[in-house]
Design a protein around this ligand. Structure first.
Ligand code: HEM
Ligand SMILES: *[C@@H]1O[C@H](CO)[C@@H](O)[C@H](O)[C@H]1NC(C)=O
Ligand SMILES: *[C@@H]1O[C@H](CO)[C@@H](O)[C@H](O)[C@H]1NC(C)=O
Length: 508
């Protein structure tokens, strides 16, 4: 992304760039920065990056320079952390210094000021996180268990009838579930129009959040004064982005308000919120929180669900063991539900392993330092962008021997208990910025995984000659990654549960 941006800037911008560089003078630091590759003049290490998969470059640098690395891109200091211990030490234990975000000036211009993910550390963020906590904390999230189950049952039935286009059902599961939980039942047909526009907005937003892009705007604030067409591509869509954001923030929220007024509202985060007393500022925050659930939750959760299915195809023994665990605990004509969760540690271990095996946000979301700090012998300057390279953490052979193998038993003790809780997983980030949607993600993934395994065998698909179609774990890249579409088949292995699901869906 970075590289195409630089190209898009064109000659005009390059001239301005050189002028600006003349103005940035380096501080002299009291201690050396962490080690790292030698930066080139002006661009720093920008051209050394694998732009599609920068986490691979950062992991490779780790082998040469160690677990904490310094790199410079367009004059901005980047601290890359390749170790879970260091990530916890700095981002968790010293969270007061490590909880802000790189300044992304385009955010506001694009009408995305509501975007919690990019808020600097401060009062607005505190208000957002307070409401997130109210509506998405562990206990509240569990109270939606019937909604998770209803949508997971639908997912199972849809997968059963699916062919090569099964991916769309995983996406529909996440999307309709998030909508149902946040807004409840909206006017028929509205959901489709909301989702189409939300995706358009998400696509635009994604082009603005990469730390490398943030670096560019932090380094050269004057860039935002240039006309948008100068950047080409996504940035020229800012007007559209502003318009979409306003529609999506207000429409569904106002609809729920109307439903409350005429007594037709169903149980939902927004309805619950509105049934208590609030001032207008809180209401704006709730609008943002509701929309953020969709923006931040849809791709991450859908991709994780697809990676789960990928692992089940590739590791049939693990799949069989998980199903055996379910059949031992849950009656054969009943679906598993969240109450059974504590009795199904192997299933939880599978979900933890899914997050480790292919972390869906390989570089997490960049933090930034609000003060100078010292770690060991190294200086970490104020304003540095701090990236936890989850990919490197997941491939740490000391912690995860044979790391590229999918092996849930890593997360179990010898007597079969879970070692650590799911919501503590590094895949959800760190410190004061840890993902506030993690319980929702956890419950929705658990419900979908348990329902799928309880009814379906997930296997290789066969081609027209009856030969099995091989599956390779390959991933599309971006801020969030997801598996390349792959073929698989779904076959019912429990007719009692299947019948039960069909009956429930017909009686709806
Ligand atoms: C498997 C699913 C998910 C994964 C792997 C995931 C991962 C992450 C990560 C890595 C961060 C950045 C944390 C940091 O800066 O250290 C984050 C932030 C965030 N996530 Fe999630 N997330 C998931 C699902 C969700 C869902 C379902 C929601 C909402 C319902 C959500 C809402 C958010 C928000 C609002 C932030 C920004 C928090 C802040 O900047 O303070 N996420 N998530
Ligand atoms: C209640 O209000 C909502 C939102 O304004 C509207 O869509 C719905 O049709 C109304 N229902 C009834 C029964 O008046
Ligand atoms: C930031 O880190 C420095 C050095 O470790 C420490 O002295 C300072 O108190 C920290 N600041 C905050 C706000 O925690």
């Amino acid at each position: 992304m970075l590289f195409t941006d630089i190209l898009a800037l064109g000659i005009l911008c390059v001239i301005t760039l050189v002028v600006a560089l003349g103005r940035t003078r380096r501080r002299v630091y009291p201690l050396p920065l962490p080690p790292g590759p030698r930066p080139l003049p002006i661009l720093g290490n920008a051209l050394q990056l694998d732009t599609k998969r920068p986490w691979l470059t950062y992991t490779a640098w780790g082998k040469t320079y160690g677990k904490i690395i310094h790199s410079r891109i367009l004059g901005i200091d980047l601290i890359i952390i390749n170790s879970e211990t260091i990530a916890r030490e700095l981002l968790d234990k010293r969270s007061a210094n490590y909880s802000t975000r790189p300044v992304i000036r385009t955010n506001e211009l694009a009408g995305l000021a509501f975007n919690t993910v990019l808020l600097p550390y401060g009062e607005t963020l505190r208000q957002h996180r307070k409401i997130f906590h109210q509506v998405l904390k562990a206990e509240v999230s569990v109270s939606y268990h019937e909604m998770y189950s209803r949508h997971a049952n639908e997912l199972v039935i849809n997968l059963l009838g699916a062919t090569s286009d099964w991916q769309k059902h995983t996406q529909a599961y996440t999307a309709s579930l998030i909508m149902a939980v946040t807004y409840g039942h909206l006017t028929d047909g509205y959901e489709g129009s909301f989702l189409t526009r939300a995706h358009e907005l998400l696509d635009i937003a994604k082009h603005i959040v990469s730390p490398e892009r943030a670096a560019m705007f932090t380094a050269f604030p004057f860039l935002e004064k240039l006309p948008f067409w100068c950047f080409g591509g996504a940035l020229s869509l800012m007007g559209r982005s502003r318009e979409l954001a306003q529609q999506l923030l207000n429409e569904p929220f106002d609809e729920v308000k109307g439903q409350i007024a005429n007594g037709t509202a169903s149980h939902s985060l927004v309805a619950d919120f509105l049934s208590q007393a609030h001032d207008d500022a809180d209401e704006d925050t709730m609008k943002a929180v509701a929309l953020m659930g969709y923006i931040a939750g849809i791709e991450t959760t859908t991709s994780t669900l697809q990676i789960f299915l990928l692992a089940m195809v590739l590791y049939p023994d693990i799949q069989a063991r998980a199903r055996a665990e379910i059949d031992q605990v849950v009656r054969h004509d009943k679906m598993p539900c969240l109450d059974d969760r504590a009795s199904l540690p192997y299933l939880d271990a599978i979900l933890r392993e899914v997050l480790r095996w292919h972390p869906v946000v390989p570089l997490g979301v960049a933090h930034a330092t609000s003060n100078d700090d010292v770690y060991g012998e190294h200086f970490i300057p104020k304003g540095a962008i701090v990236i936890v390279n989850q990919w490197a953490l997941s491939r740490d052979e000391d912690m995860f021997p044979d790391a590229s193998r999918f092996d849930p038993s890593r997360h179990l003790t010898v007597d079969g208990k879970l070692k650590d809780s799911f919501a503590n997983h590094v895949a959800f980030g760190h410190g004061r910025r840890i993902c506030p949607g993690r319980w929702f993600a956890e419950n929705s993934l658990w419900t979908a995984a348990s329902a799928t395994l309880a009814v379906l065998r997930i296997d290789h698909a066969k081609d027209s000659n009856g030969d099995r179609i091989e599956v390779k774990p390959e991933f599309c890249t971006g801020t969030a990654i997801h598996p390349e579409p792959f073929h698989c088949s779904f076959e019912s292995v429990n007719t009692a549960r299947e019948g039960h699901l069909r009956a429930m869906m017909n009686s709806k």
